[in-house]
Design a protein around this ligand. Structure first.
Ligand code: F6R
Length: 604
């Protein structure tokens, strides 16, 4: 997704801007550009290196704005890359988001004699600001934004006012960094960490002026905003690769530590309870709920589906799971005794945010499970729990998904113990969470074996993943990871559904990955595996250690420890993360940044 970086201070801006763009690379982009007052715009299609080759250290100027673009309006060409300029080549704009009424605005600007060189909505915004510029950049941006419908995070500079960046936010995140020798702005706090940990998050409707020694924030309506600086908790080291070839592998290998961080200080072992500071003050509300609606997108929604099994079984709480992109546009019959639980790693996913806003309008409480501290979803929810998974750089989400399920297991204890959950069950779950990191380590230690299996399966064109109960969403998640990391077609099915259609596809060229933990539906899965073998399809089973029955049926088996059923889906999904990683590597793909994808989906 597009990224914004800006700097105004006492150092030469161009290397700072380039470095800022490099830290935003992981979000996914197809072109990049910078503007430095007095020196103009430089743009390039492709990697930041292409842009860097065009920029020499001798570019003067101690302020500037920069952008990585992920094409939405118009092809990924140099012309369409940001920054965009106004007609008089005085105003320069970088923009994330979508200007929905750009065609209308464009037409009315054309009537005023303004001409256009690109297909982008951002150029329209730049030209609009240029028309409204009469010596005061802040006023020009303000009056232009009154006419705009859509979403934006934007940074604007003028050649006539080189020491000032005007930034504004509506629906697309921006954060100001308070550096030692100047101020910065970025669409993602991780881009600021090498300069400062003191940041100020902008809210929707904010407009700010950033200068070397000061910044000021008002709303579009002109109300002053005195917002306190907050500290970023992550270290730059945490964002680096740590000796691994890829972030994806690093983040998979970090999962045991992630779980430790997610549960740290939150478990009360002797009481079989948990303490979630972010939900304090809402315990009565949560325990008296008649229903919880979990809303999320992609893997976070699959984590939510696992959560459904967990909450219903252990917290005695009915749960529906709604894809945020569907929920926001359908007529939902609101149960006033329900609440929303939004699950999001980035905390910026546009559909999930829209679902929360809708739920608020419907009068519901909204809770969140969010990884990125200070993100929009985290701030807009009534209350919530941070995952503490640390920065996740690889586009395919792994450690964050695991931590989402861990948080839901903890929430089920929090709610369940106030309802019907016994002390004994509470203690068992708490113990299972304490032991979880070691169980995951056991799976990760098999990574060479899984790499060998990946090499064996890498050339198949289609896969089915199959599981029952809480392993059904795990099958969906395993299939999604394989699709996005390796571009192999994969589908997830509930075991019982196989004979209702998909079994027709199976033959020797169509392998099945089957989850068969020794739970109450184990025998059903064994029957499913037998049906698949009878069709000649290769079967890779993820089974519990010591299970000889499936090993006789399967072509390949990956053994995972048998753990408490509440955390078994977590342990079972880990091999599929390694499988997708190693197949991606064997196919020589960019596993950290799969094509067409972006880390934080801030447009719908
Ligand atoms: C898949 C993946 C996506 C995200 C989804 C939601 O590996 O990463 O499906 O899970 O885009 O993103 P967040 O959790 O940031 O709301």
């Amino acid at each position: 997704m597009c990224g914004i970086f800006g700097y105004v201070g006492s150092h030469t801006a161009s290397p700072i801007l380039l470095e800022g763009l490099r830290t935003l690379e992981y979000r996914g982009y197809d072109s990049a550009g910078i503007f430095i007052p007095g020196s103009g715009v430089v743009k390039a299609v492709g990697p930041i290196d292409n842009l860097a080759k065009k920029i020499t250290d001798t570019i003067p100027g101690t302020s500037g704005i920069a952008h990585t673009r992920w094409a939405t309006h118009g092809a990924p060409t140099e012309a369409n890359a940001h920054p965009h300029k106004d007609q008089s080549e005085n105003v320069f704009v970088v923009h994330n988001g979508i200007i929905e009424n750009y065609s209308l605005l464009k037409e009315s600007l054309k009537v005023q004699g303004i001409t256009f060189e690109t297909d982008t909505d951002t150029e329209v915004l730049a030209k609009l600001i240029g028309v409204n510029y009469h010596g005061d950049l802040l006023e020009a941006v303000k009056s232009s934004l009154q006419l705009v419908q859509g979403t934006y995070g934007l940074a604007v500079m003028s050649d006539r006012d080189p020491d000032k960046i005007v930034v504004a936010r509506l629906g697309s995140p921006l954060v100001i960094g308070i550096g030692k020798d100047g101020h910065l702005v970025a669409s993602d706090p991780s881009a600021l960490v090498s300069h400062t940990k003191d940041v100020v998050y902008l809210n929707d409707g904010d407009i700010a002026v950033i200068e070397k020694d000061q910044y000021s924030i008002t709303t579009l309506k002109g109300e002053n905003q005195n917002r306190k600086a907050e500290k970023i908790e992550w270290d730059l080291e945490e964002i680096k690769k740590d000796g691994y070839d890829h972030y994806l592998l690093k983040e998979i290998m970090e999962i045991p530590t992630t779980v430790e961080n997610t549960i740290r200080g939150r478990l009360i072992s002797d009481k079989g309870r948990v303490k979630l500071g972010g939900l304090e003050g809402y315990i009565d509300k949560l325990t008296s709920l008649h229903r919880l609606t979990i809303t999320a997108c992609g893997s976070a929604a699959y984590a939510g589906e696992v959560g459904r099994y967990i909450f219903e079984e252990y917290a005695d709480l009915p749960v529906s799971v709604e894809l945020a992109s569907e929920y926001r546009y359908r007529t939902s019959l609101v149960d006033p005794k329900s609440a929303i639980l939004a699950v999001s790693q980035s905390g910026e996913t546009a559909d999930t945010l829209a679902a929360i806003r809708l739920a608020k309008k419907q009068g519901l409480n909204t809770f969140g499970i969010v990884n990125v501290v200070g993100s929009t979803i985290a701030r807009e929810n009534d209350a919530g729990v941070y995952n503490h998974a640390g920065p996740e750089v690889s586009i395919a989400s792994t450690k964050a998904v695991i931590s989402q399920v861990v948080v839901m297991a903890m929430m089920s204890v929090l709610i369940g113990r106030e309802r019907k959950m016994s002390l004994e069950t509470g203690k068992e779950i708490v113990q299972a969470l304490v032991e979880l990191p070691n169980a995951i380590k056991n799976v990760l230690e098999q990574k060479s074996d899984i790499e060998a299996i990946a090499k064996k399966y890498k050339d198949y064109r289609d896969f089915v993943f199959m599981g029952r109960n809480a392993h059904f969403p795990i099958a969906l998640e395993g299939a999604l990871k394989l699709k996005e990391v390796t571009y192999i077609h994969a589908e997830g099915y509930a075991g019982g559904e196989l004979k209702h259609g998909p079994i027709a596809m199976l033959d020797k060229n169509f392998p099945v990955v089957a989850f068969a933990p020794q739970d109450h539906v184990y025998e059903k899965m064994v029957s499913n595996i037998e049906e698949i073998k009878a069709r000649g399809a290769p079967v890779l089973v993820i089974a519990n250690t010591g299970d000889d029955q499936v090993s006789r049926l399967a072509d390949d088996v990956i053994y995972v420890p048998r753990v408490h059923s509440i955390v078994q889906p977590i342990v079972s999904v880990i091999p599929t993360y390694l499988l997708a990683y190693y197949i991606g590597i064997a196919k020589d793909l960019n596993v950290d940044r799969p094509r067409n994808l972006t880390k934080s989906v801030t447009v719908e």
